[in-house]
Design a protein around this ligand. Structure first.
Ligand SMILES: Cc1cc2nc3c(=O)[nH]c(=O)nc-3n(C[C@H](O)[C@H](O)[C@H](O)COP(=O)(O)OP(=O)(O)OC[C@H]3O[C@@H](n4cnc5c(N)ncnc54)[C@H](O)[C@@H]3O)c2cc1C
Length: 397
């Protein structure tokens, strides 16, 4: 691993730092660490922020120039995210589009699909959601039952998706559907792009433990989708989906420690100003030790991320770090939330907009949100199975 940044990367860091200092909107600054994407008004603000970032050349910077990116290395992408965290700026809102669908279209999409969708993903003109999970197909994703039947030059889709984040504000979705029910379960699946305004789509928000509804049930009733929207080959969508999931678990996990660091810095500030029996929480030895452990964990995640990064920069296939990082990150995220709860005490239960809610209720929101960390993008149990069976070679039973 090479820990040094080149002079060009250092100068890129200075350029980004100066730009962010001048441009992060005051109303969004500091709201990124426990941000809501449930309300349309808030999503629209985040859309405008991504558009401003894109105009300045800071969205998709590791995308090739031909696809609207800067053609920079993934190092610049990491530097950008580090600086955004430092400036307490929210991340681009079109995360599924940028991190998952964009790279998938570059690898498997047609020239027409790339030309139609990639520019609008970058500018946040069109937001994307991911329609993979179903009521009986979460961990066992290949069990999905949503059917698509060819009718002329359209597919007619019937079925139900669930836990679809941001479906209620998304313009488009990338979905997995079953096109050959007779084939073995991994073989008859197709990856298809859906305009979320197509007749027959009903979106019902699901209220989460946070009290907000960021994810949804999506019902599909005779939804007609052009066959030209299929990505890759019909019935070979499982391979396309694996590309998408590899980006979700690998590149995204490499930068997870960055959001954790933002939360940690806030936790340290919180401990320093929270008074208990004449002392601050930061003077409490047990709290200090717990925060120290979290700092070490965050640094381990960062270094493990660098290990992934080194492999990618050398053109090697991703290692198991994506799964270890996701597993470890979700644990640290929940531990951090619990230490914050301990520091705050009973006030940790108070939600915004109460004036008694510390940090405008962001900790209460964060603690509840963290419960989902061990579920989304691969549950803790499934990741342990993957690591145990495929990496460590443990017996399946
Ligand atoms: C905040 C959040 C956002 C999400 N956003 C999206 C989204 O945008 N799009 C989308 O498609 N999906 C999304 N999901 C869904 C997510 O991918 C699934 O929740 C996840 O894959 C688990 O599936 P499930 O909920 O059906 O649980 P199940 O698969 O039914 O699992 C239930 C429990 O059984 C355990 N289990 C299951 N199988 C095994 C096994 N073989 N061995 C050991 N234990 C097992 C699991 O670990 C879990 O504890 C989101 C989830 C969350 C929490």
């Amino acid at each position: 691993m090479d820990f040094d940044f080149t002079p060009e990367q250092q100068s890129f860091r200075s350029e980004v730092r100066a730009w962010l200092a001048a441009h992060v909107p005051a109303e969004l600054k500091g709201r990124g660490f426990a941000a809501s994407r449930a309300e349309r008004a808030q999503v629209d603000k985040l859309r405008r922020w991504q558009h401003a970032l894109q105009q300045a050349g800071y969205v998709g910077i590791d995308w090739p120039r031909e696809h609207g990116g800067r053609g920079a290395s993934i190092m610049e992408q990491i530097i950008l995210y580090e600086e955004m965290s430092r400036a307490e700026a929210p991340q681009p809102v079109n995360r599924g589009g940028l991190s998952m669908l964009g790279p998938t279209l570059m690898k498997h999409g047609t020239p027409a699909q790339r030309a139609r969708h990639l520019p609008r993903i970058l500018s946040a003109e069109e937001l994307w959601c991911q329609g993979f999970s179903e009521p009986n197909a979460g961990s066992d994703l290949a069990n999905l039952q949503t059917r698509a039947v060819l009718d002329g030059d359209h597919y007619v889709i019937d079925g139900q998706k669930v836990w679809t984040s941001m479906a209620h504000v998304a313009d488009w979705g990338f979905f997995l559907v079953r096109t050959d029910p007779a084939a073995p379960k991994h073989k008859g699946i197709t990856f298809i792009l859906l305009d979320m305004k197509t007749p027959g789509i009903t979106i019902r928000p699901l209220v989460q433990i946070t009290g907000e509804a960021e994810f949804n049930e999506v019902f599909l009733d005779r939804v007609r989708v052009p066959a030209a929207n299929v990505v890759g080959k019909v019935n070979e969508g499982w391979g396309v989906a694996l590309t998408t999931l590899a980006y979700e678990r690998d590149v995204l996990t490499m930068i997870r420690h960055i959001s954790l660091r933002t939360a940690l810095e806030r936790l340290v500030a919180l401990a320093r100003r929270t008074k208990k029996n004449g002392h601050t929480a930061a003077d409490d030895l047990v709290i200090r030790q717990k925060i120290g452990s979290l700092v070490i964990a965050e640094r381990c995640l960062q270094l493990n991320g660098y290990r992934s990064l080194t492999r990618i920069l050398r053109g090697q296939p991703p290692g198991p770090e994506g799964s270890t990082a996701k597993l470890f990150w979700s644990q640290v995220d929940q531990d951090l939330a619990e230490v914050a709860t301990e520091v705050i005490g009973p006030y940790s239960q108070i939600a915004a907009p109460s004036e008694w809610a510390p940090d405008e209720g962001q900790w209460e929101f964060y603690c509840l949100l963290a419960r989902g960390s061990g579920i989304r993008a691969g549950t803790t149990e499934i990741l342990r199975n993957i690591l145990g069976e495929r990496v460590l070679g443990l017996p399946k039973d």
